[in-house]
Design a binder for this molecule. Sequence first.
Ligand SMILES: C[S@@+](CC[C@H](N)C(=O)[O-])C[C@H]1O[C@@H](n2cnc3c(N)ncnc32)[C@H](O)[C@@H]1O
Length: 432
Amino acid sequence: MSKNIRALAAKCCYSVIDQGRSLSDELPKQQDKLEGKDKGLLQEICYGVLRYLPELENDIRQLMDKPLTGKQRVFHFLLIVGVYQIKYMRTPDHAAVSETVAATSVLKNRHMKALVNGVLRNFVRQQNTEQQNSTTLSDAITFNHPGWFIKKLQQGYPNQWQAILTANQLKPPMWLRVNQQVQTTENYQALLTNNEITVKATEPNSGAIELSRPVDVQKLPGFNEGWVSVQDAAAQQAARLLDCKPGDVVLDCCAAPGGKTCHMLETTPDITSMTAIDIEETRLERVRDNLSRLKLNAKVIAGDAANPDSWWDGQLYDRILLDAPCSGTGVIRRHPDIKWLRKSSDIDALVVLQQQILKSIWSLLKPGGTLLYATCSVLPEENSLQIAKFIEENSNAQLIAITDKVDDIGWQLVPDDRNMDGFYYAKLIKNQ
Ligand SMILES: C[S@@+](CC[C@H](N)C(=O)[O-])C[C@H]1O[C@@H](n2cnc3c(N)ncnc32)[C@H](O)[C@@H]1O
């Protein structure tokens, strides 16, 4: 079994970038081959490479006659892994070079040894002489994001696009949600302090707790007993905004892995029923696991929200959460592979799917009922433009203001707002 971390990192990045696989599927497969701290090192390299990909590719391009193609592509990623360590990690240069060169034997192509060695040594030399690149770099290389996405951000956020791109490059914070059925945020904060886990901030609207640095969930007091969950503070706004009341019949129609389903049940345990739908049966296992850890109950059903005939029992809902399938462009700092897996053409298809789900689900809402539309996207077409169109086409849909700006259609959070993820919420009431 291969134990060279650099070889595993190159394979993992190759699977994501060239084969279109998701990092959260690929990384654990490679981590299984390692033990202890090495798993963390592999994760750090893979996340780093995906964060800085255009810049690192540009670095090696300067040092090679022609790019590596076909069967040699994995060595393209090995070179990038080497350059990432030299530029961004504390590994001494000579160790980064020799370990990366050693990976060529593990990857069973000794012919590549000389090339990897030569390129990395040249890179180290260039770094040490601080040769400055005089060419003007494209935005894609400067900001390490795909060009199509930068253009969309420039249109949507003429004054903020650079701040969003910069925030996307940072390591994400770890936010906790305290189970309000068990204790208050203040009590749990004290428990954390007693356990030498430092709190950086709390979010006043939701009571979310931000830790100074991420910790293993098993170190969180009462995690297995359901006292606390890991959930970004932006995602924790959903339960507050939907504001379920005792006796409500509630639907969460894109529920997996169940973070918001559970949060709503924690904050309003005396609702009449919670139905949690998701199209992916395998992802519903996570919903069941979360409900069971938190000792909560919901009807969990595999079904297509755009086609309720196959699962709806005929009872209208008082509250509906539609946490729609989206581009995920608000959570790039947590999933840097999104930058490379998502294509511009995917956005149009997602906008259509969101429209279809909205239309179908709206008919399941009681007159006077509330629907909360949510995405973890920062793109206006999935968010404010989507909702503006819906309101225009549905005269019984009334937008309820969330922010105090009268022109806002919904509430757009971007990843540099109070260190929360990029998220969007729009609250609609169905007029009688
Ligand atoms: C943003 S995630 C939901 C996150 C979840 N609400 C939470 O807080 O944990 C979107 C979910 O929508 C599901 N989905 C996508 N298309 C769907 C459809 N047509 N019907 C129901 N669920 C769908 C996906 O499987 C995915 O689990």
